[in-house]
Design a binder for this molecule. Structure first.
Ligand code: CA
Length: 233
């Protein structure tokens, strides 16, 4: 597997290179967009780790140009970004990036992300089947959810189907306040017939599995008089 790292901050580029090479990947590093396009034309790497902020041509432009090139193997593109609002740009412009990663990063998590991307076989028109927040990754295709807190190694979450769905709903809309009825409709559709408070039981179970301290929830917050919201920042 060949990986092209495009990052103008040399120290970061070196850290990424070292941790990926330690995992057996073959890496090449470029420090700007123009040389990245040149190397891409010669080598056609399997995956490109592309910093958003590059001198001259920025990461989005590089991404767009790569996606326009007729190649036999479309590479996976993992965008590196440093700020929250840039994520909206990456997603909003639908540049063709497969995934993004917010710096500062943990090398271990980056390697995990790279592995996940390379394992991915199906692609749905460039639409990512991976959902991320700072502390959670959900792989919709493989039905796998994991938690990665700074203080621990990534933890696989053993969730039931409705817990997985519930977490997915939250992760897709961080900060949004949900009424119980809205969550129920998302989970079970119009067929649900019963007491709205049933959702509380599911929330409690999910909290036990994803919260470091379920009694003092850090991620799934109760909004008094309304319902719940998910926060991860
Ligand atoms: Ca940069």
């Amino acid at each position: 597997m060949e990986i092209l790292i495009v990052e103008d901050e040399r120290e970061i580029a070196q850290i990424i290179q070292e941790c990926l090479e330690a995992e057996g990947f073959c890496c090449r590093v470029c420090y700007d967009g123009y040389s990245a396009l040149r190397v891409f034309a010669e080598q056609q790497p399997d995956l490109i780790i592309l910093d958003l902020r590059l001198p001259g041509m920025d990461g989005l432009e590089v991404c767009t140009q790569i996606r326009q090139k007729p190649v036999t193997n479309d590479p996976y593109i993992l965008m590196l970004t440093s700020r929250g609002e840039e994520i909206d740009r990456i997603i909003g412009l639908s540049t063709g990036a497969d995934d993004y990663y917010v710096k500062p990063f943990s090398p271990r998590e980056l390697v995990a992300r790279v592995r996940a991307l390379l394992r991915r076989r199906l692609r749905e028109g460039g639409h990512s089947e991976l959902l991320h927040t700072k502390s959670f990754t959900i792989n919709l295709e493989q039905h796998i959810a994991s938690r990665h807190l700074d203080s621990e190694s990534p933890k696989h979450l053993d969730l039931s189907t409705s817990e997985f769905k519930l977490l997915t709903i939250f992760v897709k809309h961080p900060g949004r306040v949900w009424e119980r009825g809205q969550l129920i409709e998302k989970l079970w559709g119009d067929d649900f017939f019963g007491e709205e408070r049933v959702i509380d039981t599911h929330i409690a179970r999910l909290r036990k599995k994803i919260e470091p301290h379920p009694n003092k929830p850090r991620f799934i917050k109760t909004v008094v008089g309304v319902g719940y919201k998910f926060e991860d920042s």
